[in-house]
Design a protein around this ligand. Structure first.
Ligand code: COI
Length: 340
């Protein structure tokens, strides 16, 4: 690896591959130079639409060094589809899937040397920003933009590796507005920030689980699951929260492994009762599968099991990591091989 800093000790997302791909969207057309260039700063006009009116969204996916030494991107097409959906929901015309796909592969191939060995990976961050210069355009979308892909060599998202997380359950403040929930946009993370910082300060929580009105959805940066020896349960999809690609992968793998899979509403009361015998975990590209050891709710601290990562959680995590790293057969067609 040609990076001088260690992705296992540097905070997640603070190291970068030295190449990026960029396409300009103007006059209705996305123009891509057709290859990676150096990672460099943009020069943006102070009136840039994305800076004022939030015309921006992103994706998060990973390339993994495979057990045979090759490089593979996990669920590339699903992330491309979600990015296209995010741009469309921001009411701007998205690029074609093939263009974005090519830009991601080009960026990964150009930065392949930065990929740490497992358990590290090359985190990929496709990003879109609306660049129209117009501070009056509060009620109209940007009509030009930049689409770019950067990469970041990463280790664990949560400092301290695989450890049981403490989760504060927030039943009043929502993570974001329902119509924005499935857009992977910075605005959603900005809205979750206040409650998350408060819960960290007041309850020493790692994450906040948003359960507005007692209806569990997701945490600030990941989806949420209950599991025991027989069942895997998560909230059914609607527009109010992010449709995690890792979430979808976990559901498929669990069904393959013989768990009874339930996608339905999960009331907070059920979570409390579940803690007596079951396990809980978070899922996300960054988080992978992260075990929950404690939930804090209505002034109560409830330990899950013996507070340590549960057997079923670890089994599912292993199954996910094995398929990401090419240790098991890719029966669902989730891996895209790339040069490097
Ligand atoms: C991801 O899991 O890819 C995310 O977008 C989470 C991010 C906050 C690091």
């Amino acid at each position: 690896m040609s990076n001088t800093q260690d992705p296992f000790t540097a905070p997640f997302g603070t190291l970068f591959g030295d190449k990026m791909t960029v396409a300009e969207w103007k006059d209705g057309t996305y123009t891509y130079s057709g290859g990676a260039g150096p990672l460099e700063n943009f020069s943006l006009h102070p009136a840039t639409h994305a800076l004022h009116y939030g015309s921006t969204c992103f994706e998060g996916l990973k390339a993994h060094r495979q057990h045979d030494g090759s490089l593979g991107i996990f669920r590339l097409d699903d992330h491309v589809a979600r990015m296209i959906q995010s741009i469309s929901k921001l009411r701007m015309p998205p690029p074609g899937a093939e263009l974005l796909r090519t830009m991601i592969i080009d960026a990964v191939e150009a930065n392949a040397g930065f990929t740490p060995d497992p358990p590290g990976s090359l985190y990929i961050r496709p990003t879109f920003i609306g660049t129209l210069r117009n501070i009056g355009a509060a009620a109209s979308p940007s009509t030009e933009g930049l689409l770019y892909v950067i990469t970041s060599p990463v280790g664990d998202y949560f400092a301290g590796g695989i450890r049981p997380l403490s989760i504060y359950v927030e039943t009043t403040i929502p993570r974001t507005t329902p119509q924005f929930g499935m857009i992977k946009s910075g605005a959603n993370y900005a809205m979750a920030l206040g409650p998350t910082l408060d819960a960290k300060r007041d309850h020493v929580a790692d994450q906040v689980l948003f359960a507005t009105g007692g209806d569990i959805t997701e945490t600030g940066a990941s989806n949420f699951f209950l599991v025991d020896h027989e069942r895997l349960i998560t909230r059914n999809l609607d527009e109010s929260f992010l449709h995690g690609v890792t979430r979808a992968s976990v559901l498929t793998l669990a069904a393959d492994m013989g768990y009874r899979v339930e996608e339905r509403s999960v009331p907070v009361e059920e979570l409390k009762a579940w803690a007596e015998h079951g396990e809980a975990f978070l899922s996300g590209t960054a988080a992978v599968i992260a075990p929950v050891g404690k939930i804090m709710i209505d002034g109560e601290d409830i330990q899950l099991g013996d507070g340590r990562p549960g057997e079923n959680t670890l089994k599912l995590r292993q199954a996910l990591v094995d398929i990401q790293l090419g240790r098991t057969e890719d029966v669902h067609g989730w891996r895209t091989p790339v040069a490097g």
